[in-house]
Design a protein around this ligand. Structure first.
Ligand code: PLP
Length: 446
């Protein structure tokens, strides 16, 4: 296949918008990784998106591997989602009172995932923050435990060793760690203990030492936020043992929920968490998060119980409509997850082959439609922790990213992120991507 690099497309409009944005918004963006800081250059401003493609402000079409960081599993502007949102729109945008769509989405989520009760919020951050408050309220304990390099949104107590966007390396004795952000008081961070992902012995030891004080252990069942890290069976077994200490197990499926299977990572890996957090796909591209679990735990939430949690726009009719339509399409197409898996497996194989041919060290972690190609020598599958991921050559990644972008492939602009394949990615997209990747790796090879 021939190299798809044509005369460099103009980025004048994106650059002009970025200059205006920087004058009125910190760093010119509303979420940090969008600013391209770790790959250099200025971000593309997106005008519209359909199927697997974005169109930027200069009219350049880009093949999208971010999918809005996960939600767009059906592709952009899916007809069923558009139709559902448009029809909801005609009935008003927010009621501040309950409506049928919330009931229907809650019925779908409980039926699909097996939780008894679910509460809708407006983002993944709200979901994890609320689930932790619930765990503390239900257990009467103060401490939580998380894993290095796992990201659970930007609530104060969770911005500790929090992965891709933050990249700190503070560590300490007995699972104690420093905040990953200015503005998080040490006193808050002190209530968050940190252990190593995929290290069952470290988790067991920490639970032995501190287990009686721990309200909840929260984890990404497959990590997307240090790049993709896949849990070992031994680690998953250790996670389930935390219950022996009276701690609740919280699976953060904000990224993996309805993505790795209809029942998320929980279904795929056979997990039995006490609480599950969702975001992204559950809102079909509109702002939705959710948390759910057994009735005896969830019924601590207000107004049923004493743990307060509320939201002016929670259960928003447009957002519920988008989520419902998305879940209906996913449920109605049993072959969809298999197709995503096949595409992404072929993508992984193609990247490995192209890198090998060009003499570029590459180690690919891939599960379902999530993939990270780490620029380092490690054998495939050997990258299992934040520390492993951090050994990647980020300069080589950045150079490769820019080569891909110049060829119209919009990869995640950080070495420590997953890419997301969606249902609109087909044979033509795979071929285009691998042709670009061969040229991009050749450009790095020596
Ligand atoms: N949890 C996980 C695993 C995530 O990947 C993210 C976001 O990427 C969040 C929580 C936070 O979700 P949101 O950005 O919707 O607040």
């Amino acid at each position: 296949t021939t190299d798809t690099l044509s005369p460099a497309p103009t980025t004048a409009q994106s650059e002009a918008l970025f200059a205006r944005a920087r004058a009125v918004t910190p760093g010119g963006v509303n979420s940090p990784v969008r600013a391209f800081r770790s790959v250099g250059g200025s971000p593309r401003f997106i005008r519209e998106a359909h199927g697997a493609y974005l169109t930027d402000a200069d009219g350049t079409r880009l093949l999208d591997y971010i999918g809005s960081w996960g939600p767009m599993i059906l592709g952009h502007d899916h007809p069923a989602v558009r139709e559902a949102v448009t029809s909801a729109l005609a009935g008003g945008t927010s009621f501040g009172a309950p409506g049928e769509r919330e009931v229907r989405l809650a019925e779908a989520v409980t039926r699909i995932t097996g939780v008894d009760r679910v509460r809708f919020v407006n983002s993944g951050t709200e979901a994890t923050m609320s689930a932790l408050r619930l765990a503390r309220g239900a257990t009467g304990r103060k401490y939580i435990l998380k894993f290095r390099g796992n990201y659970h949104g930007h609530a104060d107590g969770l911005l500790v060793e929090a992965g891709s966007g933050l990249m700190t390396n503070a560590g300490g004795a007995l699972g104690q760690a420093a905040p990953s952000s200015a503005g998080v008081p040490e006193e808050y961070a002190r209530l968050t203990l940190v252990s190593e992902y995929n290290d069952p012995a470290a988790l067991d030891a920490l639970m032995q030492e501190r287990g009686v004080d721990i309200a909840a252990v929260i984890f990404e069942p497959v990590v997307g936020n240090a790049g993709v890290l896949i849990p070992t069976p031994e680690f998953l077994a250790a996670l389930h043992r935390v219950r022996e200490h009276g701690a609740l197990l919280i699976a953060d499926e904000v990224m993996t929920g309805f993505r790795l299977s209809l029942r998320g990572a929980t279904g795929l890996l056979g997990l039995r968490p006490d609480l599950i957090c969702w975001g992204k796909i559950i809102g079909g591209g509109l702002p939705v998060g959710a948390y759910g679990g057994r009735a005896d735990v969830m019924d601590h939430v207000s107004p049923q119980g004493p743990v307060y949690q509320a939201g002016t726009l929670s259960g928003n009719p447009l957002a519920m409509a988008a989520g419902l339509a998305t879940l209906e399409v996913l449920e109605g197409d049993p072959g969809l997850y298999g197709r995503l898996d096949t595409y992404t497996a072929q993508l992984a194989d193609g990247l490995r082959a192209a890198a090998r041919e060009a003499g570029v060290p590459l180690s690919v972690n891939r599960i379902g439609s999530m993939l990270t190609a780490f620029h380092q020598e490690a054998p495939d599958g050997a990258i299992r922790s934040y520390a492993d991921a951090a050994r990647s050559d980020t300069a080589a990644f950045a150079a490769w990213f820019q080569q891909m972008l110049a060829r119209g492939i919009y990869w995640a602009p950080s070495q420590f992120e997953s890419i997301f394949v969606g249902a609109a990615h087909g044979d033509a997209e795979l071929e285009q991507t691998l042709a670009a990747a061969r040229a991009a790796y050749a450009g790095l090879g020596g």
